[in-house]
Design a protein around this ligand. Structure first.
Ligand code: ATP
Ligand code: MG
Length: 248
């Protein structure tokens, strides 16, 4: 039997006024899985991720994170958000804080750890993304790829149950993309559960356990990378994937 999903999205709908941008999404991410979401611009990928920690308010549907129904009126959203790490295209680091302080801020202010404990956890997270030696520097002294790895360290320091990534490498110069993807692969190897929206098709093909193709607010096709990239069953998947694999 498959283990229960860490993230379970059922019948998710989201409308902005009369624009229905998510039209019934069902998606499960199981423990330790890396699930990649691909699809054209405007298909609803970011909206789906943002609904998962209610940065956007779903119009209908159920979202269960590690057994907790985050749509339930009694649910403590702040607690839920600590279980869901989020990494965006923009790093949003505080420029006036050191790398380590960026990572430890929520550990201290939100999770209430002592300074020493926050420091210990923060340094461990920085080590996981290969940036221990940058702990005392400031974001402006780092490359974009390093800044994004600090963003990942900040999220994993809180020991989330699942990590959501929304195009984490899209703002990076091409030569910096690889270091961030490598950290994501390491996280996967360490057992982290991840849902990753990406345009990095080579990464999705090589690293994902499961690939989801979204178009117009629906999951058009999902399956192992070998299916979605090499033998897509839907014409829309084929069109999208061939555009990318031909290097467009
Ligand atoms: N705050 C908002 N208000 C109104 N419409 C929105 C809002 N956010 C997103 N939309 C609309 O929802 C649709 C889906 O947007 P979304 O950002 O989820 O797409 P996406 O798949 O992430 O695209 P991209 O690949 O360009 O990031 C788009 O038509 C967009 O215009
Ligand atoms: Mg998006």
């Amino acid at each position: 039997m498959l283990p229960a999903p860490i993230l379970d999205i059922v019948g998710l709908r989201k409308a902005y006024k009369d624009n229905l941008v998510l039209r019934g999404i069902d998606l499960q991410v199981r423990p330790g899985q890396l699930v990649c979401v691909i699809g054209p611009s405007g298909s609803g990928k970011s909206t789906m991720l943002r609904c998962c920690n209610r940065l956007e308010e779903p119009s209908a549907g159920r979202i269960v994170v590690d057994g907790i129904d985050i749509m339930h009126p009694g649910t403590n959203l702040n607690q839920v958000r600590q279980r869901i790490g989020m990494v965006f295209q923009q790093f949003n680091l505080y420029p006036h804080l050191s790398v380590l302080s960026n990572v430890t801020l929520a550990l201290r202010k939100v999770q209430g750890h002592s300074s020493e404990e926050a420091r210990r956890r923060g340094l461990r997270a920085l080590e996981q993304v290969g940036l221990s030696e940058k702990a005392g520097e400031y974001p402006a002294q780092l490359s974009g790829g390093q800044q994004q790895r600090v963003g990942i360290a900040r999220a994993i320091a809180l020991e989330p149950k699942v990590m959501l990534f929304d195009e984490p490498t899209s703002a990076l110069d091409p030569e910096l993309v690889g270091s961030v993807l490598a950290v994501m692969r390491d996280l996967r190897a360490a057992g982290m559960t991840m849902l990753v929206v990406t345009h990095e098709m080579a990464f999705a093909r090589a690293a994902a356990d499961h690939v989801v193709f979204m178009d117009s607010g629906l999951i058009v096709e999902e399956g192992p990378p070998s299916q979605v990239f090499d033998a897509p069953r839907q014409e829309r998947t084929q069109t999208f994937v061939s555009r990318y694999t031909q290097g467009a």
